[in-house]
Each structure stands twice: as structure tokens, then as C-alpha cells.
Ligand binder design. Sequence first.
Ligand SMILES: NC(=O)c1ccc[n+]([C@@H]2O[C@H](COP(=O)([O-])OP(=O)(O)OC[C@H]3O[C@@H](n4cnc5c(N)ncnc54)[C@H](OP(=O)(O)O)[C@@H]3O)[C@@H](O)[C@H]2O)c1
Length: 263
Amino acid sequence: MASQTGTVLITGSNRGIGLEFVKQYLLLNWEVRATCRNPADAVALKKLSVDNPNLILHTLDITNESSIDSLLKEIGDWPLDLLINNAAYLGPPNPQKFGQIDYQMFTRSFEVNAIGPIRVTEKLMKNVRQGNMKKIIFLGSAAGSIAQIAPPVTLYSYRASKAALHMSVHNLYHELKPEKIMVSLINPGLVDTRGFLALQPDDPIPERLSKIVPIELIKMIQDGKIPMITTLESVTQMIHYIENLTTESLPLFVNCDGTPMPW
Ligand SMILES: NC(=O)c1ccc[n+]([C@@H]2O[C@H](COP(=O)([O-])OP(=O)(O)OC[C@H]3O[C@@H](n4cnc5c(N)ncnc54)[C@H](OP(=O)(O)O)[C@@H]3O)[C@@H](O)[C@H]2O)c1
């Protein structure tokens, strides 16, 4: 269990891995700023904020400059120990297949996954510099690892946009190292944010799942060929890794358990 407490801001925190980061940092007594596009509809976050005075909710669309500027106004000079760039856009699988690519969606993937996290980070640097820990985390993806690419060939826009993010994070790592600001890129693993683990081997694949993940991948998960972990397992490991992160930590791109990820 992590021992230090501090201040953390998390993007895309209304569901999935982002929400689990909020829950776990609250349990660890951190001061948490949870951001999402629509706090009014974020039922789980609102429930958490009732019992947790350490939790403050903010509106943030990471693709929208004025939304980021409004956040900056709201947080003012708040010292930020840890920034977690979690928000991302996976998008449905069919418009990401070669031969039927939706280029508006391709552009959207880049806006959210590659540009958004860098834009947010650039704007929040003053707060990060005022923090004690000076840690900036980006959620990367094995799907954006060029070295690991293997069939089934899917998710053109998601994969390309994550690979682009990885490159920017590598740049940023070198950029901020002289200031002793830590930058890290974490692949959270294949994490069950939608109920895949409840699928039995012979269950028909529900449309709600095939709409969001390529059917070939779901079959591999269902057959146990690709191991999937829970948000609790992934985030517990990432928090442990982040706590132990130092200016000397290498490599820059790791799995949730800290093992190296190939670029
Ligand atoms: N789950 C996995 O297996 C897996 C594997 C590898 C990498 N990752 C990475 O881990 C991170 C979290 O994954 P997840 O599975 O928890 O994702 P998720 O369930 O799809 O949630 C994505 C979050 O990002 C938010 N978001 C999307 N567009 C946004 C925007 N323009 N501005 C602000 N927020 C926005 C979503 O908000 P709305 O609810 O408003 O849409 C949601 O809160 C992502 O970076 C993802 O790429 C996940």
C-alpha cells in the first residue's frame, strides 16, 4: 500500500480506469481533482464526492482549449504533485478497418489521444512545477506499440494515435528531465472496463461488446488466449509503480507492474 499522500488530477475520471484511480487515491487520503466532460452526469463521481471532502469535480474536455483554460482558472495556484493523463477515445472497431476507414473518426482519435494529453500537460505545467512530487503520467497502450504489432490487424486510428502519443511523451521525458520532473508512460494492461470477464467460453458475444472491441479480440479474451485484468488490479499496480517512480526510473514505457514495454 502506498504511504505518501499528495495532490492528484485525473482526466477522464467518470468511468473505467480513471474512476478507479479516483477511488484508490481517495482511500489513500490524497486530495483528488477528478475531471470529466460532464460532471453533472457522472453518477459514480458525484456519489463519491458526497462522502469525500478531499474530492473536487471539474469539467474538462481535453480537446477543447477554452475548457482547459476554465479548469486552470478554477484550480488557480493549486500545487499539483501528480498529473494522470488517462482520458482517451477508443472508438468503434468497424470504422477503423482498412477499406472502410472513417477519417473524421481518425482525426478525432488524434485530437483526443495524441494531442489532448500534451495540451493539458502544457497548460498545467505551472501547477506541476509548484507541486512537491513533480510526476506526470500518461496512459499509453500496447495497441500503440509498433514493436508488438501482430494480427489481428485492427483499430487503425486508435493504434496510430497512441503511437503518436508515445512519441510526444518520449520527447517530453527528455524535455523535463533537467528540471527533475518525472514523466512516465504506462500500459495499464488489457483491463476489463466493460464486463468481458463475465463472459463464459460458450456465451454468445453481446452486441454491446462487439460494438466497442473487434470481435476477433473478444474471442481471444473469451478463450483465455489474451489475459484480461480488473481495473482494481491494474490501478493498484500502477499506483505502486507511480509511488516508486524516481528521476532515475527507466525504462520510460512500462506495463502496469513496471515491467518494460517495447516501443
Ligand atoms: N482498458 C484497457 O484495456 C486499456 C488498454 C490499454 C490502454 N488503455 C488506456 O487507459 C486509459 C483508460 O482506459 P479506459 O479503458 O478506462 O477508457 P474508457 O473506459 O474508454 O474511458 C475513457 C475516458 O476518457 C474520457 N474521454 C474521452 N474523450 C474525452 C475528451 N475529449 N475529454 C475528456 N475526457 C474524454 C471518457 O469520457 P466520456 O465518458 O465522457 O466519454 C472516459 O472517462 C486510456 O488512455 C486508454 O487508452 C486502456
